[in-house]
Design a protein around this ligand. Structure first.
Ligand code: 6PG
Length: 234
């Protein structure tokens, strides 16, 4: 595949196990290489099984949570305790079950969309400084319209920044924050977790075509293929 390596899994549990194994291996390699593991994760339903698996043995013990830093590839613009919050989802399914220090979790501030986007960009830059911002891993989902993070089809101008405010998301809620292609495409690894029969044709199209205009297909890395884990049978 031009844009990535597609790995098909027979069940949601098999996909979660494959994802957990890859995330743990990337975390170990990152800590061995530079002393920390910087991970930007996503919301949605698909990653929940993976988050729950990482919160259990043997994955829980395999990851060095003290050196793990969690950021949010996108966030719904709601309070952190709101049912739609990606931060809340990650807390409930993973972070509250593992020994990650509170200061290693980097939720987006929720003030006004533009101010929050700017502040989050600043905290990403500060975290990596003096190096340019480069996540060890970004885990992403894909919607049935080809969106990823909160980058939607037709939303071509997300500005020149690393984090953008989104005002008209077709997937509720309409207000969101998202990392931009510019930031996502600097990552060392990108892992998509995709489930649902409604996404099969789209995944074929994106994996086969290097020039797709769909958002998920615009996430590309220079050093290695993007990896797609897919459970598409229903
Ligand atoms: C969000 C997401 C979004 C999601 C896809 C797939 O916060 O809404 O980050 O990009 O990953 O919509 O969602 P599902 O996994 O639920 O299909």
């Amino acid at each position: 595949a031009a844009n990535g390596e597609v790995i098909r899994l027979p069940t949601p549990a098999a996909m979660a196990a494959e994802a957990a194994g890859r995330i743990a291996a990337i975390a170990e390699a990152a800590v061995a290489d530079h002393g920390y593991f910087a991970w930007a994760l996503s919301g949605g339903n698909t990653p929940v099984a993976t988050y729950r698996m990482l919160a259990q043995s043997p994955w829980r013990e395999r990851i060095d949570w003290g050196r793990t830093h969690v950021f949010f590839a996108d966030e719904r613009f709601v309070p952190h305790d709101h049912a739609d919050s990606n931060y809340r989802l990650a807390e409930e399914t993973l972070l509250s079950h593992v020994p990650i220090p509170a200061q290693n979790v980097h939720p987006t501030p929720i003030t006004t969309p533009e101010a929050s986007a700017e502040a989050y960009e600043r905290s990403v830059l500060d975290f990596f400084a003096p190096q340019p911002p480069r996540f060890d891993l970004v885990t992403l989902g894909m919607g049935p319209d080809g969106h990823t993070a909160s980058l939607f089809p037709g939303m071509d101008d997300v500005g020149g920044g690393l984090v953008a405010a989104v005002h008209n998301s077709p997937k509720p809620p309409p207000l969101r924050l998202t990392m931009t292609y510019r930031l996502l495409n600097e990552a060392r690894h990108v892992l998509f977790l995709v489930s649902g029969a409604d996404k099969a044709a789209l995944l074929e199209q994106i994996a086969a075509n290097a020039d797709t205009p769909l958002p998920a297909g615009k996430v590309v890395l220079s050093e290695r293929p993007v990896v797609w884990l897919a459970h598409l049978s229903g």
